[in-house]
Design a protein around this ligand. Sequence first.
Ligand SMILES: [Zn+2]
Length: 200
Amino acid sequence: MKIEKIDPFRQVELVGAIILAYQQTFGQAPWNEGYKCPICNLTLSLNERQTCCPDCLNKGKSVLMVKYWPTSKVLSDFYQEMSKPDSLCLVAKGDEEILGFSWGYQISINPEIDAHLEAPGLHKLVSGNYFYLDEVAVLPQYQGKGIGRNLIKQLFENQPYKRIILRTLKESQMSNLIISMAGEIILPISRDRVIMSVFY
Ligand SMILES: [Zn+2]
């Protein structure tokens, strides 16, 4: 396994592989964002492969499940994020496939960022420029081997800011990892998520 910095505007063949890894990772546990019901918003893992929403079926309605992370959505988010200042994308490569990735970019904390991160009041706590750790993912079958930790460390080492900010789930693997790097929770937000910061 090796970790490489990629240029998403030149290595388009890798972008396709990253999008697949994104869908595979977040489509399975613990996120299970594989499919969703457009009526009741039930979400199911990619492993479930149900065509119709089971909850709606119980109420006598057949509703087709849709992809939680359609390729077009992941691609457009990815390119928008890669167009931000000091964007950086790393991939963990096995012999043939992409095993995981991490990416981030610079943000200036202001009320607009509060809204973007769903973190009301963040700009009253911190200010200035931060590197935002946006996404880290490792395919389920390669998790637990330290690849995620490596992707995060190398991302931090290759970005120019001293201060890093991120959003994650309270008491998740990610939050434990950031605490082990002397990071801290600076703001609890909705749905059990927290904004954390770390000096690097
Ligand atoms: Zn439903």
